[in-house]
Design a protein around this ligand. Structure first.
Ligand code: APR
Ligand code: PHB
Length: 390
């Protein structure tokens, strides 16, 4: 079995890469360890930068996204009940974000791949990568209990943070950077109308809360919880009470409803300083994780893919290997910027120290500065909507 580009992972990164390569006439195949139903129902974040929507539009997969996605032109920041709206369209020359659940993105991308006859092998788990330093690498994978081989010119590891791709970078060939935080995010999807038209990020002395949404009838919320806490510790009434308390401001009324899904995700920052070796290239969560405050994960994955597809297309069209060589460097400029922004948003809104600690005072000072400085607001806004080019 042989293809030109073997892609591991049918998440947003792997699926977008397959569509871009296919558009350029380059054969590729995706191996995905889970079933189609599983990848399409995994609830994740739902904030798309304009760059991301533009790419999906270029790929011809944005029809439903344009109909059902919710365009947002501002965001609300709140500190101990005091609110500040950041009008990011005004501050960034009209740029905006779109709210559209990641599982909807995945459904649209899977459907487009299958329609265009791009093969996705579901329930096929990549196991070992071989000969990545040669021009003829191959992947061993397991499907239906049988070990199989897939030969290719390139391997694109788009297999997420727990994938295998990163483990095959030669030891010592890269530095990794990481930090963990003493808190996680408890996320819920609820059958209730949003209580705010725009997202609210809030600092409260009991911890961070985020009000997001998916539609007129479905809302999405997150709460900062300790790393030791379990879902069993959070029954529905405790979740609603905490959201009510943390999101409170005079005149605000939280709409509650049936909770459809609950999960806890650790907050972490991680990245590899080099995203490639020989014919192996990493993209998306396989190479980096940013804290979710700011909703950047999917957008960063898609930004990597733009570079990777460009580099592979240049190679196949004209034998030019320059962009392949500079792939990591090209991606890392944006990744570092987004790492910093996501860290900044995390540090600004989470409960880090006691009320009169230095950390708390610095948070308070940043929020007070945001209230009076258009320059500071502009900086936050341009990072939030996503820098056009970097
Ligand atoms: N073999 C085959 N598939 C694998 C393997 C393996 N050994 N290991 C992991 N996978 C698959 C996973 O099942 C998953 O479907 O790789 C896919 C990786 O997808 P994502 O985790 O969604 O990662 P990515 O495509 O990089 O998407 C960007 O940023 O912050 C996040 O939530 C955001 O998931 C989004 C991500
Ligand atoms: C979401 O809607 O899931 C979301 C939005 C903004 C974030 C994180 C998640 O910063």
């Amino acid at each position: 079995m042989k293809t030109s580009v073997a892609i591991i992972g049918a998440g947003p990164a792997g699926l977008s890469l397959a569509l871009l390569l296919h558009q350029a006439g380059i054969p590729c195949l995706i191996l995905e360890r889970h079933s189609r139903a599983y990848v399409e129902s995994r609830v994740r974040a739902g904030l798309l930068e304009q760059n991301t929507v533009d790419l999906f539009t270029e790929l011809g997969v944005a029809g439903r996204l344009r109909r059902e996605g919710l365009e947002h032109f501002g965001v609300i920041l709140s500190f101990e009940g005091e609110r500040l709206r950041i009008p990011f369209d005004e501050l960034t020359g009209g740029r905006h974000i779109t709210i559209y659940g990641q599982q909807e993105v995945v459904k649209d991308l899977v459907a487009a791949c299958l329609e265009r006859q791009i093969e996705i092998r579901f329930e096929a788990k990549a196991w070992e990568l071989h000969r990545i330093e040669t021009e003829a690498p191959y992947i061993q994978y397991i499907q239906d209990g049988t070990r199989k081989s897939l030969a290719c010119d390139f391997i694109a590891a788009c297999d997420g943070f727990h994938g295998i791709g990163r483990k095959f970078l030669p030891p010592g060939s890269y530095i990794d950077y990481q930090t963990s935080y003493p808190f996680s995010w408890l996320g819920i999807l609820a059958e209730t109308a949003p209580s705010s038209e725009e997202l609210i990020y809030t600092f409260h002395e009991e911890g961070f809360a985020l009000h997001s949404l998916r539609s007129d009838a479905i809302s999405r919320f997150y709460l900062q919880v300790d790393n030791t806490e379990k879902l069993e510790d959070w029954d529905d009434s405790r979740i609603w009470e905490s959201l009510e308390k943390r999101l409170f401001t005079p005149g605000f009324k939280l709409q509650t409803g049936r909770i459809l899904e609950k999960s806890i995700t650790p907050v972490r920052s991680y990245m590899t300083g080099t995203m490639q070796s020989g014919r192996l290239f990493l993209a998306g969560d396989a190479a980096h994780i940013v804290p979710p405050t700011g909703g950047k994960g999917l957008n960063l994955a898609v930004a990597d893919i733009r570079w990777l597809a460009k580099a592979m297309i240049a190679f196949y069209k004209s034998g030019d290997e320059q962009k392949l060589r500079s792939y990591s460097q090209d991606c890392l400029r944006r990744i570092w910027r987004v790492q910093d922004f996501s860290h900044f948003m995390t540090q600004l809104f989470h409960r880090i120290g006691e009320r009169e600690s230095l950390e708390y005072r610095l948070q308070r000072s940043k929020f007070d500065y945001l209230k009076i400085s258009r320059a500071y607001q502009t900086s936050l806004a341009e990072n939030y909507v996503g820098l056009k080019e970097i």
